[in-house]
Design a protein around this ligand. Structure first.
Ligand code: HEC
Ligand code: HEC
Length: 317
């Protein structure tokens, strides 16, 4: 995820710079023009024009939305890369000195010192295009044309063995390379949102924070037993349950109905199996909390999740 943090901190930096500039000139504007009295809460500045917004609105989404017209080939990219990038990133993307490595590093992510490159770690080609266009070459950011950026992006993909040497990158070919090899290993964060309500009246004057164990050692042991015992009936469902659902449903984390807690499941079961399966597949926001789609494990098939639900229902009747 550091990729996204990196990108957004870049954006925040540029935004801060933009604000400083526009605030400064905004003061002068407010004095000079009677008509434009300034906008917003403090009456400073002016509304950005469509043209100004277009200048800053250059991000590209993973699916290619936001890509400019034009194209660029691996062949053209090679010369441009050699000229503008190789001095720091190396002719093969191997990195010169301490400059970042852009290619290679496959199968190193589980090692103690993983080599995180475009080919081994990054999730989306949009990040690559956007990063190069916005920030590279390091000494002359935003100096590349759209076509040059296409060509160099294509070449970096080529250095990672992701395209052939006759590949041309454009809006038309985007889908072929939009997702980078490590993409499936980026998963949605399954932790549910908290639903804290702010107190507006009759609030407690003093809040004492105490910590009490809510689950006894016996209950933990019992929950473990339940899983072992159940595996006999529907082994596939039990397996999925143990791997993807038990973290919340064994002990009732974050409002999840506990496995085997017939009282907690009675009304749910009354909705019918179909509804419960649908809720497990698509996610479900109830009064108790948030059931993430597939328990946050989007890698599971619909059949896996269905088997897990069936297992849970048998155990909780
Ligand atoms: C003068 C040296 C220099 C040149 C020339 C240069 N870069 Fe970089 N590049 C850097 C540095 C330094 C970073 C790390 C910046 C950071 O992390 O803030 C970087 C980061 C990158 C990254 C992100 C790497 C990662 O894994 O985080 C990419 C992709 C990249 N450069 C591509 C290019 C391309 C393409 C060119 C040519 C158009 C280029 N760079 C030219 C110095 C350079
Ligand atoms: C991050 C915690 C979490 C994980 C992981 C999780 N659940 Fe849930 N689940 C919940 C919560 C919370 C609810 C209760 C939502 C409510 O009713 O407010 C719930 C409810 C359910 C329900 C009842 C839905 C209904 O309509 O009453 C089913 C069925 C279910 N989960 C199945 C699964 C399956 C199958 C898995 C694993 C593939 C799974 N859950 C993984 C938190 C989780």
């Amino acid at each position: 995820m550091s990729r996204y943090l990196n990108m957004s901190s870049l954006k925040i930096l540029s935004l801060a710079a933009l604000l400083t500039v526009s605030m400064g000139s905004g003061v002068a504007m407010a004095k000079d023009t009677v008509k434009d009295k300034g906008v917003g809460h403090y009456g400073y500045g002016k509304s950005a024009t469509a043209e100004e917004i277009a200048g800053w609105d250059i991000d590209i989404r993973p699916d290619g939305r936001g890509l400019p017209a034009g194209s660029g080939s691996v062949e053209d990219g090679e010369m441009l890369y050699e000229d503008k990038c190789a001095s720091c990133h190396g002719s093969f993307g191997e990195g010169v000195g301490k400059y970042p490595v852009l290619a290679g590093g496959q199968d190193t992510l589980t090692e103690e010192r993983p080599e995180k490159t475009v080919g081994s770690f990054w999730a989306h080609t949009s990040t690559l295009y956007d990063y190069i266009r916005r920030a590279m070459p390091f000494p002359q950011p935003e100096s590349l044309s759209d076509e040059e950026t296409y060509a160099i992006t294509a070449y970096v993909l080529y250095l990672n063995d992701l395209v052939e040497d006759d590949f041309v990158l454009s809006q038309e070919t985007w889908d072929e390379v939009a997702k980078l090899p490590n993409n499936p290993n980026f998963v949605p964060d399954p932790r549910p949102d908290t639903h804290a309500k702010r107190c507006m009246s009759d609030c407690k004057k003093e809040v004492k924070i105490v910590s009490e164990p809510t689950i006894s050692a016996e209950e933990v042991a019992a929950a473990d037993d339940t899983v072992v015992k159940a595996a006999a009936g529907n082994e596939e469902g039990a397996g999925v349950y143990n791997g993807a659902c038990a973290a919340c449903h064994n002990l009732g984390v974050a409002g999840a109905p506990r496995l085997g807690d017939t009282a907690a499941w009675k009304a749910r079961i009354a909705q019918g199996e179909e509804t419960l399966i649908k809720h497990a597949l698509e996610g479900f926001q109830g009064d108790a909390g948030m059931m993430p789609a597939k328990g946050g494990r989007m890698d599971l098939s619909d059949e896996d999740v269905t088997a897990a639900v069936k297992f849970m229902l048998v155990e909780s009747k």
